[in-house]
Design a protein around this ligand. Sequence first.
Ligand SMILES: Cc1cc2nc3c(=O)[nH]c(=O)nc-3n(C[C@H](O)[C@H](O)[C@H](O)COP(=O)(O)OP(=O)(O)OC[C@H]3O[C@@H](n4cnc5c(N)ncnc54)[C@H](O)[C@@H]3O)c2cc1C
Length: 432
Amino acid sequence: MNYEKQINNKIKTEVLVIGGGSAGSMAAIASGKEGRKTLLVERYGFLGGTSTTILDTFYGFYIPGTSNRKVVGGIPDILLEKLHQRKAMLLRPNTYGAGTGVTYDPEILKVVWEELVNEANVDILLHSFVADVVMEGKKIRGVIVVNKSGFTLVEADVVIDASGDADVTALAGYPYDGIGSHIPVQSLTTTFRVGNVDEQRTKLFNKNQMWDWMKEANQSGKYFLPREEGSVHITTLPGVMATNMVRLAIPDPTNIIELSKAEILGRRQALEYFRFMKDYLPGYENSVFLNFSTQIGVRETRRIIGEYTLTKEDVLEARKFEDAIVLCGAPIEDHHNQTGTKWEYLPADETYQVPYRCLIPKDSVNLLVAGRCLSATHDAHASVRSMGQCMGMGQAAGIAASLAFENNCRPLDISIEMLQDKLRSYGAILEG
Ligand SMILES: Cc1cc2nc3c(=O)[nH]c(=O)nc-3n(C[C@H](O)[C@H](O)[C@H](O)COP(=O)(O)OP(=O)(O)OC[C@H]3O[C@@H](n4cnc5c(N)ncnc54)[C@H](O)[C@@H]3O)c2cc1C
């Protein structure tokens, strides 16, 4: 499409980051800290992506098992410290599942993301959607951003696609996997929060008991609970509980017609789970419904085809790589589109390394990705997608983009040694 007539604004930057989620915000912060002129473009009016629209617990910082080892560090630690200072976080020890979770107040996190981005001198465009790319051969010259001010052409030396859905990668014509492949993408979840809960009384039942009651309620025919499992957990706010129960499967969450239907069904399902909670769960008798997630939670869409694709074997055999940028010990947690969830663990206390090459789309010239759209198979993705790892990837992508700019080279051609030295100087954990 020819936008020349509509473009009423032009911006030039050194590093452009699309998507202000855990990966993108961290990438922009790292690039800004490295002294690059950096612009962060986000479609919502606040930062955080899934971390502030849907969730309240970072997984991936700690590995499951008894050692409780912390495996993500660096700039993400500054974020945790800021939440701690504001008394807006707590640790939820968990030897099973994905390990100890860092539960935070998502409203405070919005401000913490902004603080970090501002401190790194990053420019931000909120309420701005990337609708297209302008190519020069295989190179991305810039992107077209649409917002209330009209159409803006943002030209950039290096682009980081942290849109979750790999929007920029797809628009640029680079190959991807995920949607459209023979393995269905993971299911979607509308999260919701409940207030005025008697926390003492909730200790009268455990998860298994709750799942039995869900089955009973479903079999009675009086409730519609497609997932007879799921979880509810404490938050940083007294008497407020957060849930992960709703489950919906659609073939392509980037298909806006399917996604629109899922949003509506997700909220309907959430109210049904709340009705069940009030009727069955001790402590919820006088509870009130507080809020739905800002949008339905999308776990998986496009995964880029990168210079390397992380595999199930890499995960379960705890493999190591020379171009490691992040560690991960999280199990494969596949919320497949049937009713259950499949868990597969690494050997006890082990971690695998995420290679830098997973962030570089094949055949690209000046593009990196970070976050859940990395190059990984469906199974490996189900392990590496936690927000701790997304932040780690973002941190690495931001530094790598800066190195590519400084050396006037492709992200693929930067010195891995320099990238890893810089990561370590920030406190990133690369070995273990
Ligand atoms: C229901 C659910 C439960 C989960 N539970 C946990 C959990 O408890 N703990 C955990 O650690 N992980 C959990 N995960 C996984 C984790 O949250 C995600 O994998 C991770 O947050 C992805 O981060 P990201 O930065 O890659 O993407 P996102 O956080 O999705 O960020 C992408 C950003 O890009 C923006 N964007 C997208 N397209 C455009 C565009 N074209 N133009 C401009 N902006 C755009 C979006 O608005 C968003 O801000 C869960 C995921 C889901 C869906």
